[in-house]
Design a protein. Structure first.
Length: 272
């Protein structure tokens, strides 16, 4: 089991920021904005899925998972809140959050599926976010030039995503989840997540009037498809999830632990 604490980030999200907040780079800003736009509704879905999954377990198993899942829910709720504030600034800049509307429609359509499917989808998405999170901590240049409070926001979120990467996966296994369903769901989430993220990034670039600028796509290619880029550099770790014997703890989370230790002054642990 994993000890998860809920942290309140000590930054002020009231001051506005420009559309190209990420070092003046159009693509990096649009891409991170698209990620943030997906978070509030996605994190509420994760919270609902694991909460309902916990209730489905026998009482002895519920007791074993309850503290960790309470920490998971608390962390995701704080992420949802702060990214809602972040997205509020994007809204004032005129960005249209289509990715959220699509996610809401998809959740309604897929409500008919069983609880196993929703926890499997949560585990699969958490694998993606853990990969992205570790990559962000490994590549500080991805946030180069952003003001310190926004760097802190993304690094804190990344550290906590890596920290709770096991929770939904372990819950799915405890529910007796099938390997075949886990892998099919993972393929579905891969396609949906990347297509939705690409669509929203393009919409953001269109609004920013940088969609047809060569430097935009040069930056995008470097961010995503360089040798250790966000997509290309994580293919092997993505593929690990397909193995029957895979567990998220097999992936290194030391960068997240180091960031949380070194930046303890940037947050307050709730309840302490």
């Amino acid at each position: 089991m994993t000890d998860l604490v809920v942290r309140r980030l000590l930054i002020n999200m009231k001051p506005a920021f420009p559309a190209r907040w990420n070092g003046g780079d159009a693509f990096r800003s649009a891409f991170f904005n698209a990620l943030s736009m997906s978070f509030p509704v996605g994190e509420q879905y994760f919270i609902d899925s694991v909460r309902n999954g916990l209730k489905s377990l026998p009482e002895p198993e519920q007791a074993r998972f309850s503290v960790e899942i309470q920490g998971f829910i608390g962390q995701e709720a704080t992420h949802r809140h702060i990214h809602a504030l972040f997205n509020g600034h994007l809204d004032t800049l005129g960005f249209d959050n289509e990715i959220e509307r699509r996610a809401i429609r998809r959740i309604k359509i897929n409500a008919r599926f069983g609880l196993h499917a929703h926890v499997a989808a949560t585990a699969a998405t958490e694998h993606f976010t853990a990969l992205f999170a570790d990559w962000i901590l490994r590549h500080p240049e991805a946030l180069e030039g952003a003001e310190p409070r926004l760097q802190t926001l993304w690094q804190w979120h990344s550290a906590e995503e890596a920290e709770h990467r096991n929770t939904a996966f372990d819950l799915y296994q405890a529910m007796g989840g099938w390997h075949r369903v886990r892998i099919r769901t993972f393929y579905f989430i891969t396609v949906v997540f990347l297509l939705d993220l690409a669509r929203q990034t393009v919409r953001n670039l269109w609004h920013d009037r940088s969609l047809f600028v060569w430097s935009t796509w040069r930056s995008g290619a470097r961010l995503l498809f360089a040798k250790d880029g966000l997509i290309r550099g994580n293919l092997g770790l993505w593929n690990d999830y397909r193995a029957r014997e895979f567990h998220p703890s097999q992936h290194d989370a030391s960068r997240a632990q180091h960031w949380l230790h070194e930046n303890a002054g940037k947050f307050r642990v709730i309840g302490q």
